[in-house]
Ligand binder design. Structure first.
Ligand SMILES: C[S@@+](CC[C@H](N)C(=O)[O-])C[C@H]1O[C@@H](n2cnc3c(N)ncnc32)[C@H](O)[C@@H]1O
Length: 236
């Protein structure tokens, strides 16, 4: 079984919790890592798809005896946080889903989410939108972590509940590339991540310049985004 650095990093963040909900578990690799790395953690393996749940069950049964599974694992077919009641888990992991879907899942189960201690979120798209939603909805983003996943670099967001909404500047790129990313220990990975973003931004700027002309609003906007990334690269 080949498990990505991304899932290993997520497991590492969750393995000190006692009760973890894994939303959208699919193959069950995260629960596998949690059971293997910790003697105490209990996991609710949840998925909206029955097929995925059966896959997770099959994989876990290959590696753990029935006593371990009976005592430490529950399988639930459910949409998002509807898999649990209030106060049933300390940590919620939602990994490998789109950022808009993750926001929807959190929004739909307000009462449950208020009783959760830590959220480990790994959006595979719309990361900026998810951060914007979190900050506007009473979450505090505590940590940002980058982890390699094959050819991609994944963004992992660790968030907690707070009483306040945090207002940050209305600058889309600041949500897409928050300054907290600069805390990343692996500077080589961070530079690779930022340079990939820069390359995409340069390409877009070239396209927009060719079609709209150098002094269009879009070009000025794209140039601002590029200089934000340049500044960030200088700060690494
Ligand atoms: C791409 S897999 C991610 C698997 C694993 N979490 C990972 O990060 O490698 C997405 C899984 O999420 C499940 N899923 C999609 N929407 C969901 C929802 N609203 N609630 C629970 N599970 C969902 C899918 O059935 C699928 O098994």
């Amino acid at each position: 079984m080949k498990i990505s650095q991304r899932l290993k990093a997520i497991a590492h963040l969750a393995e000190n919790s006692f009760r973890v909900l894994d939303v959208g578990s699919d193959h069950g690799y995260l629960p596998y890592l949690l059971l293997k790395n910790s003697e105490v953690v209990k996991v609710i393996v949840a998925d909206i798809s029955n097929e995925s749940l059966l896959k997770a069950k099959g994989n876990l049964e290959t590696f753990f005896d029935s006593k371990t599974i009976e005592e430490r694992v529950k399988f639930k077919r459910a949409d998002g946080l509807k898999a649990v009641r209030e106060n049933e888990v300390d940590t919620v992991v939602i990994a490998g889903l789109g950022g808009l879907l993750i926001s929807r899942i959190l929004k739909e189960s307000e009462a449950v989410r208020k009783t959760v201690d830590t959220f480990i979120l790994q959006p595979r798209s719309n990361q900026g939108s998810l951060r914007r939603y979190l900050m506007a909805s009473g979450f505090l983003i505590e940590r940002e972590i980058l982890a390699r996943d094959g050819k991609h670099i994944s963004e992992i967001i660790v968030a907690k509940n707070t009483d306040q909404s945090i207002k940050i500047e209305d600058n889309e790129i600041a949500y897409e590339l928050p300054l907290k990313l600069l805390d990343t220990e692996d500077k080589k990975l961070l530079l690779e991540f930022l340079n990939n973003k820069k390359e995409i931004e340069e390409f877009v700027l070239k396209e927009v310049t060719e079609s709209k002309g150098t002094d269009s609003i879009e070009v000025i906007e794209k140039m601002k985004r590029l200089s934000y990334i340049d500044e960030m690269i200088k700060m690494v």
